[in-house]
Design a protein around this ligand. Structure first.
Ligand code: SAM
Length: 291
């Protein structure tokens, strides 16, 4: 087979590359997070769910395995939507019937007001440009039903990250990565006028280099898209993905993720004064000690 049917690994953006080689691209906390979202948001059979930044479709398909719901995954990247649709076709018919993927932009959602019971979003929030994030949140709120939930599973920096690492992350991801903190994200979310319903955060961990190397090797060698690729092509993909994973692994030393559930309220609620230790006070977000 001619090597020209395989795109040059170096020419692919991070999102195009991961879709092409079918990296699962889980939300932080993977299935553990997805199970918690389902339990906490109390969705039922028949609920309508929207995933923002569905990428290869892992979260949407996983939700469909747990609940008989109608799930729409949107992504701004058409390559990712094509790949998620192909991956969905490998699932049994009842899962396929529950899920659909389409190209759409988070900051301009092609849905009627009050359509969804739950919106699930993870890594996409970081990808959306700074100046469009508030607009995207306004859109989420618009398409949520009253008392519907927004689930945000978002990475944030829990300590000071070296500038050169931030620069490397920016080059890989193709946008300027800033040292966004827990405070930054919480303030953004609460400014959207959503109620903080549940909040939890967990530290991520960096893995030994050998684990990263083995993972990359397996992933590239088992990639359906590269099944018939000659060794030199596989090696070029392996090298590119390993270089990215090495930087991500270093970045994980400074990362935590938050699993936040916010609710779209219909009436306003009086401030709560006496709260438990360690609970975030959403009415005094500026007065709290965050890193
Ligand atoms: C890191 S992946 C998300 C992986 C995983 N689904 C998660 O929830 O963490 C981020 C995805 O968001 C998509 N994305 C970026 N900006 C977007 C936008 N404005 N609207 C919809 N999707 C967007 C990217 O194309 C990419 O596929």
């Amino acid at each position: 087979m001619s090597t020209s049917v395989f795109p040059d690994a170096e020419s692919l953006s991070y999102v195009d590359l991961l879709s092409y080689i079918e990296e699962v691209n889980r939300c932080p906390g993977g299935k553990r997070t997805i199970r918690d979202i389902i339990v906490r948001s109390q969705i039922e059979s028949g609920s309508r769910i929207l995933e923002i930044g569905s990428n290869t479709g892992f979260t949407s398909i996983e939700i469909a395995k747990l609940k008989d719901c109608s799930i729409t995954g949107i992504d701004v990247n058409s390559q990712a939507v094509k790949k998620s649709t192909e991956i969905l076709q490998k699932e049994p018919k009842f899962i396929q019937d529950r899920v659909n993927f389409q190209v759409a932009d988070a900051s301009n959602l092609p849905f009627e007001d009050e359509t969804f019971d739950l919106i699930v979003t993870g890594g996409a929030n970081t990808f959306i440009p700074d100046e469009q994030r508030a607009k995207a949140l306004t859109e989420y709120k618009r398409v949520l039903k009253p008392y519907g939930f927004l689930s945000v599973t978002n990475l944030f920096y829990n300590s000071k990250i070296p500038d050169n690492l931030l620069n490397k992350m920016s080059v890989i991801l193709g946008f300027k990565v800033k040292p966004w903190t827990k405070y930054y994200w919480l303030k953004l979310l609460l400014n959207a006028g959503l109620e903080l319903y549940t909040y939890e955060d967990k530290k991520m961990r960096s893995r030994p280099e050998k684990v990263v190397k083995d993972y990359v090797e397996k992933l590239v060698y088992n990639s359906p898209a590269l099944e018939n690729a000659p060794d030199n092509i596989k090696e070029s993909y392996q090298e590119k993905w390993f270089n990215i994973m090495k930087v991500f692994n270093e970045n994980h030393k400074y990362l935590s993720f938050m699993a936040v559930l916010l609710r779209k309220n219909h009436t306003s609620e009086q401030q709560e004064l006496f709260i438990e230790e360690d609970v975030i006070d959403p009415w005094n977000i500026d007065g709290q000690n965050f890193w």
